[in-house]
Design a protein around this ligand. Structure first.
Ligand code: SF4
Length: 275
């Protein structure tokens, strides 16, 4: 079995596919990409980034009223709000197939063990976005499964959630060699897939873990410490930014600010820690 095809099947499995349905046009396209001769490109579907509005308002006890964002622009990816949970899952599986065949970042595509698409509830109220897969994630095909992921699981549990309730993904779907910081061109390449996942899952809330996720999603260069405890807007989702769990492993004093951020999120959702 050739390597791209193996990666495609692994990605479908990681996305929850347990059997192969009748081929869809998207699946056929993904297979066409895999079987296309080297150097021959298959036209990619157009993608549309959700508009982002930054709400630079200080933290307040009352939820900040956010502007309504026009999302009527055309997109090749179905909007999750119009789909059943099963259709959202199928749309994610199809998008994962495109990701598994992606070669846009040559260095990453040639060094990855597999792509790391994303995992979780296709109808989640909350989406978590991290930076990029590390060695553990590259090996297992799932985001946040290393030490940082274990800490994230504790945070999720302290909030009163199960990990399966959240949808979790990254800015990049391939591991940068040596866990280096993603390059901007790589984040730009992978943006259509992130936008697709956001569009399909259609979360009410997005949590950006770390400066890479926050700055790339929102298109700002504000230090992460100044992005905390305030709401940003991306499409229909309210966005909260906080420190990455990897940073907490190196700086345990940052755990309290992150917990404050989680309480800030829960209060806006009408929830209390631990429910
Ligand atoms: S990081 Fe994203 S855009 Fe780059 S090769 Fe991987 S899937 Fe493709």
């Amino acid at each position: 079995m050739n390597r791209p095809l193996k990666q495609l099947l692994q990605s479908w499995h990681a996305a929850g596919l347990t059997h192969l349905p009748k081929p869809t046009s998207a699946a056929a396209e993904a297979m066409a990409r895999l079987s296309a001769p080297a150097g021959e490109s298959v036209p990619a579907e157009a993608s549309q980034s959700a508009p982002t509005a930054v709400v630079e308002e200080p933290a307040a006890a009352e939820p900040v009223q956010l502007p309504v964002v026009d999302e009527t622009s055309a997109s090749s990816i179905p909007a999750g709000a119009t789909l059943t949970p099963e259709e959202r899952e199928q749309a994610l599986v199809q998008l994962a197939g495109r990701v598994a065949a992606c070669q846009k970042c040559q260095e990453l595509a040639s060094t990855r063990k597999q792509t790391v698409f994303g995992v979780g509830n296709p109808t989640a109220r909350v989406m978590f976005i991290g930076e990029a897969p590390g060695a553990d994630e590259d090996a297992q095909g799932e985001p946040f499964v290393g030490k940082a992921g274990q800490l994230l699981n504790k945070i999720i549990g302290a909030c009163g959630w199960q990990r399966e309730e959240i949808y979790i993904c990254n800015i990049l779907r391939c591991r940068p060699p040596g866990n280096r910081t993603p390059e901007q061109v790589e984040a730009d390449h992978c943006r259509e897939f992130l936008d697709g996942q956001i569009r399909i899952v259609n979360p009410e809330y997005i949590v950006c873990w770390g400066s890479c996720a926050a700055q790339n999603l929102l298109g700002v260069d504000t230090p992460i410490g100044r992005m905390r405890q305030r709401w940003y807007q991306h499409g229909e989702a309210k966005v909260l930014c906080t420190y990455h769990p990897s940073y907490l492993l190196r700086n345990p004093d940052a755990k309290k600010p992150v917990w404050d951020d989680m309480k800030f999120l829960l209060a806006d959702m009408g929830l209390t820690p631990g429910r």
